[in-house]
Design a protein around this ligand. Structure first.
Ligand code: UDP
Ligand code: MG
Length: 327
């Protein structure tokens, strides 16, 4: 995919801003106005890559109107695949060496991009925007997000999953290459970005309300995301089940020996023994499935730090006052 882009004569931009859109006809015009203003002031060359995630309203038509074949490009997915898939399409088709994800509903203020770029130029590989205030989110969203991070931080091992960081982030060249090396189907990007590592910073911001329209998430889809995330990054539930099964097995053996010695053994006691034995069997199968899952994903064993490569970046002062290369 990238090869075909490289065939074009125009130099690739340094940064791609990936914007997933699903049923967003009400928010796109205002977003496009603001992002274009921001991009003009960035000290790096950049492209905007809209990803229409199978919208059935005017979203695709609006995006077609904005695309200019060079600095504003669009991808149109064949149906609604979900935000994670839209972001993955952005990763695959981005021409920039670094990438920013931003929602189109203006809950993530585009004006913060200059600060993200500044921190990237200061040497951070990943710049995560962390919501310190969530004034724009509903009670359900805030509570489910809090529970999600609480559970994930307990279940997921060896992955840095900072609280209240969602998809609004900058991903530098090294982590971007690492993400592209991951071939797994079930992609929970917020977990994968933590998993690949690299030098990361969190910048606090206030997540405001949607400019227009409604969130596409409901309780069922949030639960789905939580289950997918746990299955993708943790084998702890399996291990907990195994430990419970094993302790149940040991207790029932002790119990059976006790009733044998007491001479009160009957067929019901045998059923307890068989049940505990089967639990251990199921737990063992689960453990093997867990190991197989890790093998099937074929995640790389490690990545080298980005300091191992020459960094083609220069340090710039904070972006607000700069009129640099234009999009
Ligand atoms: N989105 C998408 N595909 C979907 C659902 C959402 O591309 O199936 C996009 C949506 O257009 C927006 C972003 O993902 O740009 C965040 O969606 P939303 O505002 O519904 O989520 P929330 O901010 O409530 O987490
Ligand atoms: Mg939103």
């Amino acid at each position: 995919m990238r090869t075909s882009h490289r065939l074009s004569e125009r130099a690739d931009p340094l940064l791609t801003i990936v914007v997933p859109c699903f049923q967003e006809e009400q928010t796109i015009p205002e977003f496009h106005k603001r992002i274009t203003r921001v991009v003009k002031r960035l000290p790096v060359s950049c492209e905007i890559l809209y990803v229409d995630d199978g919208s059935s309203d005017q979203t695709a038509d609006l995006l077609r109107h904005y695309q200019d074949g060079s600095n504003v490009r669009c991808l149109f997915l064949s149906r609604n695949f979900g935000k994670e898939a839209a972001l993955s399409a952005g990763i695959d088709h981005a021409r920039g060496s670094a990438l920013i994800f931003i929602d189109v509903d203006l809950q993530d203020p585009p004006e913060l991009i200059s600060s993200m770029v500044y921190h990237w130029q200061m040497g951070y590989d990943v710049v995560n925007m962390q919501r310190d205030l969530r004034t724009g989110d509903s009670w359900l969203k805030r509570t489910s997000a809090r529970s999600y991070y609480w559970i994930m931080q307990r279940l997921v091992e060896k992955v840095d999953l900072p609280v209240d960081v969602s998809d609004f982030r900058l991903i530098g060249p090294a982590p971007l290459a690492a993400l592209r090396a991951l071939d797994e189907r079930s992609r929970i990007l917020k977990g994968l970005i933590g998993w690949v590592g690299f030098r990361t910073i969190e910048l606090p911001y206030n997540r405001t309300s949607r400019h227009a329209g409604n969130t596409k998430w409901n309780a069922a889809s949030l639960l789905d995301l939580a289950i997918e995330s746990i299955l993708s990054f943790s084998r702890k539930p399996l291990r907990i089940f195994s430990l419970i099964s094993f302790s149940f097995f040991v207790s029932s053996i002790c119990y059976l020996l006790a009733v044998l010695v007491a001479g009160s053994f009957d067929i019901h006691h045998l059923l307890v023994g068989i049940a505990s034995f089967m639990c251990v069997g199921v737990a063992l199968v689960g453990e093997y499935v867990g190991v197989t899952l890790a093998e099937v994903k074929r995640r790389p064993l490690y990545f080298l730090n980005s300091n191992n490569e020459a960094r083609p970046m220069t340090i710039h002062p904070p972006a607000s006052s700069l009129e640099g290369k234009k999009c």
